[in-house]
Design a protein around this ligand. Structure first.
Ligand SMILES: [Zn+2]
Length: 156
């Protein structure tokens, strides 16, 4: 694939893994968190990216990042419709977060107590009351503030 240098990605992952075989090394990693940056950055494969997936090694606790394409294609970790959901609320402040985004926000501690239930039950609702709309905008803003950054942050 143009732009995605698998050998470079593989070397990057192997350096940080316990296993020296890529197939078993990838099994050590799982999704830690995501970020969307305003500025371009690079995936370890060399590709320019704005959608960052931080992955954590379950054995040695190391954290690194890869792009949204490489995590799916080479690491075999699915981010499902998470980024689609994010892009939707980024372009429309009162849009409904999809299930992948709601689950992610809940898991990451971005939601207050009744919000998870509210988001799930109104996930496919086309018309919200003014009050519900305002609530959803407030939640969406909080989610975006946590995920959208100017520059990718460095996590340890
Ligand atoms: Zn990549």
């Amino acid at each position: 694939m143009e732009g995605h240098n698998f050998e470079r990605l593989k070397n990057h992952i192997l350096t940080l893994s316990e296993s020296s075989e890529f197939e078993s090394a990838v099994k050590e990693w799982s999704l830690h968190s995501i970020e969307i940056s305003e500025e371009m950055d690079k995936c370890p494969c060399g590709q320019d990216i704005k959608e960052h997936c931080y992955i954590e090694n379950s054995i040695n606790g190391r954290i690194t990042h890869v792009g949204n394409v490489c995590i799916n294609r080479f690491m075999g970790i699915s981010t499902g419709t998470l980024f689609d959901g994010l892009k939707r609320i980024k372009s429309d402040a009162s849009a409904n977060p999809n299930e992948a985004l709601i689950e992610y926000a809940q898991k990451s501690g971005y939601l207050y107590k009744d919000e998870y239930k509210f988001l799930i039950t109104t996930m496919r609702k086309r018309s919200l009351s003014e009050k519900q709309k305002a609530w959803k905008q407030k939640i969406n803003r909080r989610i975006l503030e946590a995920i959208v950054v100017v520059k990718r942050t460095h996590k340890k």
